[in-house]
Design a protein around this ligand. Structure first.
Ligand SMILES: Cc1cc2nc3c(=O)[nH]c(=O)nc-3n(C[C@H](O)[C@H](O)[C@H](O)COP(=O)(O)OP(=O)(O)OC[C@H]3O[C@@H](n4cnc5c(N)ncnc54)[C@H](O)[C@@H]3O)c2cc1C
Length: 427
């Protein structure tokens, strides 16, 4: 094993997924000095490359709305800003519901999102069919068209674009370099220990995805996340599916659809997801996660009446990865109160791919200037200060957040209410 070529840095980012790569790139772009990005395996081999790639402008609150809009701006303008190609589909989306309670939720999101500046409108069945010819809108109580929603066809391209743009700005990327310990003195970070040597630094960002809590343990910082599996499937090509057709979300089915490789992608939030703690064994990667094709098939069955092309199409790919679910369904982004210089960028709750660009940018600005560019207090790790969650409790809360991703508040069961969770979806 070759020793690390770098022994000192201004910032070390642990984990080269969407969150870590975006943070490292933005740190370099903000002039943070020597930025090192570590990955325990091959950079980009985590859950990010397995995402559906969807961006969603309709969000639960104004902060998330601003961040989602900013993320879409960053990725859509990435090539112009950085010179690095990042193909984006400006597809727009359909947001639909087939029950009165779910329709009511969408109605409230319509007026809220409008007040936060999101362009969107209610559309009738004929318009749905014209916009997304793969849909049969029978039974839709309401459908919105959101023109600003986009997707990244191949999610690995977002991670590699941030890696390339970061490297061009001087980020030192070190793969096959697990962080195995943190050094601290007088309650402040002083370095990172890796299998290839130590790096002295005063700022560390934990963006280790499904392993974020293990990295936190190294710093004696509790990172309240539960890791929960999420899966999707892509069908073989289907005649008539153009690549830029809109994304569809049918929220009472907790499912999403989009064009993918000439066919349709389908995924969603099953009511009984698998909580899965990833092994610490360095050889284990997300590619080793057990996959159950019955899960996306169950999601497909829920939307088939409205997307009948799904019923006869065989799958050419079923893939999955791990969400980091927090007790209140919100990101963990910011400094931790108990250890100066230690920052979190995790707690994706299923939306890390689409928020990584804006949250990475915001954290980079905060680290370099000392102040956040917008109020991120609702995402602050400090909101859990003094709260200790047991392992079982974290899993129960995380599974509840996952299973109630699109559930209207009045239909949600009690568990999540324990921590005042908002059952409004973020992705
Ligand atoms: C099937 C699926 C569909 C999804 N669809 C969407 C979507 O449409 N939109 C959306 O916004 N989100 C989506 N998501 C969620 C999204 O993928 C995640 O939120 C996002 O990938 C989280 O990024 P990350 O950087 O935290 O994790 P990862 O991409 O997993 O990266 C973490 C990295 O940390 C590294 N690491 C771990 N421990 C260490 C260590 N000790 N030292 C060094 N490196 C370490 C790992 O090797 C890994 O490369 C989806 C997820 C799945 C699984």
């Amino acid at each position: 094993m070759k020793p690390l070529p770098v022994r000192e840095a201004d910032v070390v980012v642990i984990g080269a997924g969407a969150f870590g790569c975006s943070t490292a790139y933005h740190l370099a772009a903000h002039g943070a000095g020597r930025v090192v990005l570590l990955d325990k395996g091959h950079p980009g081999e985590g859950s990010s490359a397995r995402a559906a790639g969807l961006f969603k402008m309709v969000q639960a609150d104004e902060t998330l709305t601003r961040l989602s809009r900013r993320s879409a701006e960053i990725v859509a303008g990435f090539e112009a800003t950085t010179g690095v190609e990042l193909p984006v589909r400006r597809s727009g989306s359909i947001l639909a519901a087939r029950t009165a309670a779910h329709a009511e939720l969408i109605r409230s999101e319509l007026s809220q999102s409008r007040s936060w500046g999101v362009e969107l409108e209610a559309v009738d069945g004929a318009a749905v069919k014209r916009l997304a010819p793969y849909l049969e809108p029978e039974g839709f109580e309401i459908a919105l068209h959101v023109p600003g929603d986009i997707f990244v066809e191949e999610p690995a391209t977002l991670v590699s674009a941030f890696l390339r743009a970061g490297a061009a700005r001087g980020v030192a990327v070190e793969g096959r370099t697990p962080a195995i310990g943190l050094r601290s003195e007088h309650d402040r970070v002083t370095g990172v220990i890796t299998t290839r040597g130590e790096i002295a630094c005063r700022t560390v960002v934990d963006a280790a995805g499904a392993w974020a809590a293990f990295v936190g343990d190294q710093a004696r910082v509790a990172v309240p996340v539960a890791t929960v599996r999420h899966e999707l499937a892509i069908t073989e090509p289907i005649a008539g599916i153009a690549p830029d057709l809109p994304i569809t979300r049918i929220i009472d089915a907790s499912a999403y659809l989009r064009p993918a490789r000439g066919g349709l992608m389908v995924g969603g939030f099953e009511p009984d997801p698998l909580a899965f703690a990833p092994p610490l064994d360095q050889a284990w990667t997300i590619a080793d996660l057990p996959i159950d094709p019955a899960v996306p098939a169950q999601m497909a069955a829920g939307v088939e009446p409205n997307a009948p092309l799904l019923s006869d199409a065989p799958y050419c790919e079923v893939r999955g990865g791990l969400f980091t679910m927090t007790p209140d369904g919100r990101f963990l982004a910011g400094p931790v109160p108990e250890l100066e210089g230690f920052w979190l960028n995790t707690g994706c709750n299923g939306s890390g791919f689409s928020f990584a660009a804006a949250i990475g940018e915001a954290l980079a600005a905060w680290i370099t200037t000392g102040a956040p560019p917008l109020d991120l207090s609702t995402l602050a790790p400090a909101r859990f200060a003094g709260q200790r969650f047991g392992k079982r409790e974290l899993i129960d809360l995380g599974v509840w957040q996952y299973a109630n991703y699109y559930t209207p508040p009045e239909l949600a069961t009690a568990t999540g209410a324990v921590v005042g969770a908002s059952p409004l979806a973020t992705a």
